[in-house]
Design a protein around this ligand. Sequence first.
Ligand code: GLA
Length: 722
Amino acid sequence: MPAHARPPATFIALHGTHSSLLLECPPHEAPLWRYWGPRLPDSAAAPALRATRALPSFMLDFDQPLTVLPSFGVGWFGQSALLAHRNGQDFAQAITACEIEWLTPGQSLVLHLNDAVAQLRIDLRLSLDPASDVLTLQTGITNLGAGALDVQWLAAATLPLPGQATQVRSYAGQHNHEFMLQTDTLSRSLWRRENRRGRTSHDCFPGAVVTTPGSTEHSGLVFGAHLAWSGNHQQSIEWLHDGQYQWQLGEWLAPGEGLLQPGEHLLTPEVVASCSMQGLNGLAANFHRELRARLNWPGGTMRPRPVHLNTWEAFYFDLEPTDVMALASAAAEVGIERFVLDDGWFQGRHNDRAGLGDWWTDTGKFPDGLAPLASHVNALGMEFGLWVEPEMVNPDSDLFRAHPDWALQIAGRALITGRHQLVLNIAHPPAADYLFEKLSALLHSLPIRYLKWDHNRDLTTAALAGGVGTAGYRVQVLAVYALLARLREAHPGVEIESCSGGGGRIDFAMLRHTHRVWGSDCIDALSRVDIQRGFGQFFPPEILGSHIGTAPAHTTGRSQSLAFRAAVAMTGHLGVELDVRLLSATMREQLGAWIGRYKAWREQIHHGQVWRGEGADSLVWQAHGDPEANNILLFVFRTAPSSHRYTPPLQLPMLDARARYRVQQLVAMDGDGALQSPAPFFSELLASGVDMDGAWLAQTGLPMPRATAETCFIVRLQRIEP
Ligand code: GLA
């Protein structure tokens, strides 16, 4: 049909509180992306896009702007949201009909997109939550043709980014150092990040933040997106010839994983995305609100996050019942509320070379089983938790000896171990049933309120059917979600932590089934300041496992004061990971005092908004409070020795310039020699508090004490007037 003969386009608008999106729906094609950004008026309308654009020279004789499904072969030259073919045919797809199905008017809808030529249907679900301003997108594809359709790539979402987008902040990392910020400048070169490790990965967080000129932690326009998926993934940002960018995120499919027989369907993971005019902190608040709405707590609501004692760094594999019980007693005395028995408790588990798969108590270590320990823990007033790593199997285990074919492998190729272990094919129903039964038996026979669910290696040779089947990375992820869901249904009172050699499996999909994540195996507090800051861009503090470790730290060899370790750890879900029995009486008392502070402050730390920022002279801060910033708990971390004779005051831009605040220092810093030459202002700040103007605090700043490196200054700011 010639363009001029087409009926006029319709528009779809979704409005959040602070953001909007607009799609233009010309007939017989995929809707065009017209806008995603700060809130437009309800009445906002746009001229039809093509009417505003003249055709450039030496181009096709029609204009193909960015759609919700840009696709190769029929006039789109950019990255394609779909790459598929049917035995070499139907390699070019284009939408010929679009039907709009509203789920909630103005808020969520499904676009049913048909390609009558290539014989496939795409269903794209979009919703914009007015409470969080988070946009959720998910794409499905159905093979309507007679032959198998090989889908090699299907973006879960394609998002538009405005031309003024300048930088992309993504997260790289490795074991012991997750969430390392990586900032790249956007240009006409393609920006791309990929992960093929079979889990969310330490190396490449599935998401990023895009900033615009002048945006800061606290203000300016920023965009963020995250693929809620615990397996392989890829994302790209590409400059387009109209000066804007397209951002695609989706699952990286191994060859054959997207092969759809006639009538079959493939559903991508969800993308959660948001934009904010309040800079990085505003964007973080949106993601936190969305995740909080998704968390599925036992009993429906989050209980105050109990202080953990995790046995790993105290004992490693050397568990001995009397020692473990003695540690539990010592833990209870300092105020621990949940005692988690980490690795080493099950059959044959004396080191990391054996035992995974044999999920019953090692009676050599615990002759009477774990019941006496669990009772002892309960009698001390603590909950009992247990470490498991269900998806794994050691070749040296009864399970592997009985079912070697249950391990993911490729026939004819060597078994590749990682940490001496293999991965079970849990999409194989007998393997999933075995794990369900073994875990269920533990949960029935012991008063376990909490599982730390680990996953300590990447996936390699993951063929299904004992090694002769197709690639199983995708189904493995779906199978772990199914196993978790089945266990949670059978044992709804149990909380679960997602651990993967620390933070190798932290994402919004895993958090549909779990309640805490272990941020990193590195509990050196200085490293954690960085790791937790990156984490906080997407995830709220109450789900972040964050422990006080020993000095020197096991992973870095660096030593920090108890005050610094405790202050850093308490900005998440606090735990202790050391042998409390080895602490002096004074240290135990101090540890108990820090735990007491956490208990007093956790409601505030775990609800409401978090603001983060950097001050001059190596200061990194974060503040927790209500969104109006009427009552703020401020942590200022000094990460390096001062390089200034006078450390500049710290500006707190979230405060109301018209208000006055009572500012009170909550913990003296001189306990561990941290404070150098106290100035009179700080004596008053600690003793009675000082009243200050919001405008002054926001523009000039709060005076900072002169302190040694690796210390924390903790202050409450409470609005007193108006
Ligand atoms: C992983 C976890 C650790 C600990 C060990 C036990 O490395 O991240 O916290 O549980 O496994 O083997």
